[in-house]
Ligand binder design. Sequence first.
Ligand code: PXL
Length: 278
Amino acid sequence: MKLPTRVMTIAGSAAGGSAGIQADLKTFQELDVYGMSVVTAIVGRHPKTNKNIHLQTLEAIEAQFLTAMEQVGIDAIKTGMLFSKEIITLVASLMEQSSVQHVVVDPVMVGKMNSKLLADDAIALLKEAILPMATIITPNMPEASLLLNGRPIKTLQEVKQAAVDLHQMGSQAVLVKGGRLEGPAIDVLYDGETLTMLEAPRINTVNTSGAGCSYSAAITAFLSKGLPLVDAVRSAKEFVTTAIAYGFSYTDIVGPTYHAAMRNKKESYNVKVKACKG
Ligand code: PXL
């Protein structure tokens, strides 16, 4: 039997199950890769103290990484919530040692329910220590703007320029997700040579919690299987668009995407890909 590829997420645990580690592992399973996790923090609001972020110790983070690396091995890594400078420094050094082939960095900063996922004083170190290790980084428009010192990113033209400028920070490729644009859901990929636009229909729903996590997790899974970058991103976008299309909610708050949508539903969404010279 050909064994599934081994994929690790280094991220926060989102107790509600829609985002973070939980979204990543559900995505890995749907895409038939072997999922592993390093929990950096637990996100869950305590009703009495109101505390929302429960950071794990550096020792616990290192222990998880080394356990997975030694007992299983790693073909691809995705990073999500890293939160602090200390965690960023540790994760950069662990990734360096492991010399994993594919590294997908989702530079998450603020969650949909307003959880703070990256300390303000850690943005500079994320840029310096983590982005240059990435095969691809996957900011949304607000994250791209923060990485570019707060410059406004509102139009497709600005999204394209952001992808080109973020590439200077040292990752092999940049995907700026245009979820906040008007009209179709257009993401822009730049690999230092070619700008590629990936377009899916806009889905009218509020239930998109964890969509970004699931998208970058799916890219990681497809890269681990050996797909070329553009194919990995296109396949991941089809996966996440379908998951968004069948999103739902159990309560009156923003609900999850449906990770099993592609497996269970007949209709899936085609993503149009258009390359233009950078
Ligand atoms: O969707 C971003 C995200 C990432 N990671 C964790 C989260 C969230 C959103 O809430 O909780 C742990």
